[in-house]
Design a protein around this ligand. Structure first.
Ligand code: NAP
Ligand code: MG
Length: 486
């Protein structure tokens, strides 16, 4: 496996354009969850490093970055997208070692998304503008659209390099600087992308990366008065904590939090397509996907047949070595995550759901945090497995009766991140899409993302948007200029 390939060099902090050790000298070990073996050591940022990085990012706001023409900023970000593609094999391997996801996903899906983020947002660098607003003929009144300043980004472990693209590409395109803390479990690709950013011509101090612990480095970043805005993706609980802490320094916030997204299959749907969409919706990325279609609603008239086919499909999806290009179900990110997921399966069965596929740990070569593709049938929307985010390959299938019942049950959760609708009836598709409380609705497809389409939640899934033109609002602020012409 991986260990016979090139060794992974130790990870360091990227502050002010240099790879450095932590001020305290502390390091931690990042582990491959599929083999349970250490990958390498990584410098662990503490409050002193956070302070250094935030100061560098503030200094960089008025340096070469601010003086650069938007077209040149655009070229630099485009180059970074190119460098991501040039280093695709290396980055994809690091991602799979750190996270346990199939190399098929990291090499062919995640890399493409990261590169597209930098390419897409590079185009926005030249297209941000203010307005002239004639409020009085005796005045010249206009607005400037300016960067917000230093953006602190805190990201989770499920899509470590995609999250770098989602956060850094728009923030930098809009002229901000960034201090990013990757998840402790998956720091390697963020560090590598920061090195590539320097190679692309991003000036020192503009993009700093601080691997370390949330409760130490993350906390210090949230409290730092030199950070103007926080962009966070992670759990609802930490998001709430972060919002309370950020109140002291009045930071702008974008919070992309958890989900328990409904995927609704009407009897009039193309059922083969719906079956594929339902399995992709939950088993892609091992189900460690914020927008995963983890509650599958199936109309009563087709329910029994659909369950049988779903179970067949799930049983064919066998966990295997993530570095094997044929693998489609990898290892969960950690043993702790595996235990949490298996605990939910047990809770579902105790509450009366039927286990029709999977449900067990399935080690590969005797090791790893691998969990079978699991389907729980006969779930009631009030059960814990229907209300709480499991964040693993576990699908809760719930029957429904007609449009109103589907919408009522779908919306009856604390979250509102994404949703899916499968039907051949165009009117039903559009009306249900409007009635679902979700930031994203996919019709006759699931789990599709593009840098051009905004992504984010409502209710317990947070607020603000990543991606699309919409996210540029989050990374810019408006200044009104009044000039007396008399
Ligand atoms: P998490 O525990 O909330 O951690 C997310 C990030 O916050 C990590 O970098 C973590 O650092 C850091 N953190 C933890 N405690 C902190 C604190 N007190 N102050 C500042 N930072 C702190 O979430 P996770 O378990 O990594 O990720 C899974 C969650 O992310 C799920 O709930 C999922 O739905 C959500 N998610 C949402 C989206 C979306 O777009 N809405 C996308 C992906 C994932 P450590 O790694 O050191 O703990
Ligand atoms: Mg790891």
């Amino acid at each position: 496996m991986a260990e016979t390939l090139a060794p992974v060099k130790p990870g360091r902090l990227i502050i002010d354009g240099k790879a450095v050790d932590a001020a305290s000298g502390a390091t931690f070990t990042t582990v491959n969850p599929a083999t349970e073996e250490p990958i390498t050591t990584v410098a662990e940022a503490g409050p002193e490093d956070v302070d250094r990085a935030v100061k560098a990012a503030n200094a960089a706001l008025s340096g070469a970055w601010a003086k650069m023409k938007p077209i040149d900023r655009s070229r630099v970000l485009w180059k970074l997208g190119d460098l991501v593609l040039e280093h695709a094999d290396e980055l994809a391997r690091l991602e799979t070692l750190d996270n346990g996801k199939p190399i098929f996903e990291s090499r062919h899906v995640d890399i493409d998304m990261v590169a597209r983020c930098f390419h897409y947002f590079s185009g926005w660098a030249t297209k941000l503008s203010g307005d002239t607003t004639p409020v009085n003929p005796a005045l010249f009144t206009y607005t400037l659209r300016e960067p917000v300043g230093v953006v602190g980004a805190i990201i989770p472990w499920n899509f470590p390099m995609i999250m770098v693209g989602w956060k850094a590409a728009p923030a930098l395109a809009a002229g901000n600087t960034m201090v990013l803390k990757p998840a402790e479990l998956t720091p390697l690709t963020a560090i590598r992308i920061a090195e590539l950013a320097l190679e692309a011509g991003v000036p020192p101090g503009v993009f700093n990366v601080l691997p370390g612990k949330g409760r130490i480095a993350g906390e210090a970043l949230v409290k730092h008065p030199g950070v103007a805005k926080l962009s966070f993706t992670g759990s609802t609980e930490i998001g709430q904590h972060l919002m309370r802490t950020a109140a002291d320094t009045l930071k702008k916030l974008t919070l992309e939090l958890g989900g328990k997204s409904p995927n609704i299959v009407f009897a009039d749907a193309d059922l083969d397509a719906a079956l594929k969409g339902a399995t992709l919706g939950i088993f892609y990325g091992k189900g460690e996907v914020c927008g995963a279609g983890s509650r599958l609603f199936v109309e009563k008239s087709i329910y029994d047949d659909f369950i049988v086919k779903l179970a067949e499909r799930a049983k064919k999806l066998v966990p295997a070595d993530p570095l094997d290009p044929k693998t489609r179900l990898g290892s969960l990110v950690s043993k702790a995550q595996m235990d949490k997921v298996l605990g939910y399966v047990e809770s579902g069965v105790k509450e009366g759901a039927q286990l029709v596929a999977g449900g067990q740990r399935q080690p590969v070569n005797g090791k790893g945090a691998f969990v079978q593709a699991t389907v729980l049938a006969g779930v009631n929307n009030r059960m814990r497995v229907a209300q709480e985010e499991i964040f693993g390959p576990v699908l809760s299938v719930i029957p429904f009766d007609g449009v109103d019942d589907a919408v009522t049950q779908a919306n009856d959760v604390p979250y509102g991140l994404a949703a899916g609708v499968w039907t051949r009836d165009v009117r039903k598709a559009h009306t249900v899409a409007r009635r679902l409380a979700a930031g994203t609705v996919w019709v006759n497809m699931y789990n599709f993302y593009d840098p051009g389409m905004p992504f984010g939640g409502v209710k317990g899934s947070g607020f603000g948007r990543d991606l699309g033109e919409a996210c540029l609002q989050e990374y810019t602020q408006v200044k009104s200029v009044w000039m007396n012409l008399e």
